[in-house]
Design a protein around this ligand. Structure first.
Ligand SMILES: [Zn+2]
Length: 118
């Protein structure tokens, strides 16, 4: 099952290596997709929303085991699920509802961080 984690871009160090091949698309949301050059599987997606909010998607299987990811905020692109998920996290089916809700969740997370830091 495809399962990605979203991070703020500033919190992620992207290795500058030749083993990641990038393709780019530009709109209100610019997207840079990185794929493994040997097997073609997705390695990273870098989004920039309206020119100021940057975040990255990383397949959960590529997250080092020492980084503990336990909180699930939502299931996005649920239309393409491989199997049903039975938990209480909201599910977003289509492309735009997935993208917009990811942005919304990240903005709320940023706001909570700001409030927390004071
Ligand atoms: Zn590969």
């Amino acid at each position: 099952m495809s399962d990605d984690c979203a991070f703020l871009a500033k919190d992620v160090v992207v290795p500058q290596v030749n083993s990641i091949q990038y393709s780019k698309s530009n709109s209100l949301i610019s997207l840079k997709r990185g794929k493994c050059s040997s097997c073609g599987s997705p390695v990273i997606s870098i989004f920039n929303v309206f020119g100021f909010l940057s975040f990255v998607y990383i397949p959960s299987k590529n997250i080092p085991p020492n980084i503990n990811i336990t909180r699930i905020d939502a299931h996005t692109f649920y239309k393409r699920r491989v199997s049903e998920i039975y938990d209480r996290a909201p599910k977003y089916y289509g492309y735009w509802s997935s993208q917009l809700n990811t942005v919304r969740i990240l903005l709320w997370a940023l706001l909570r961080l700001k409030i927390h830091k004071g």
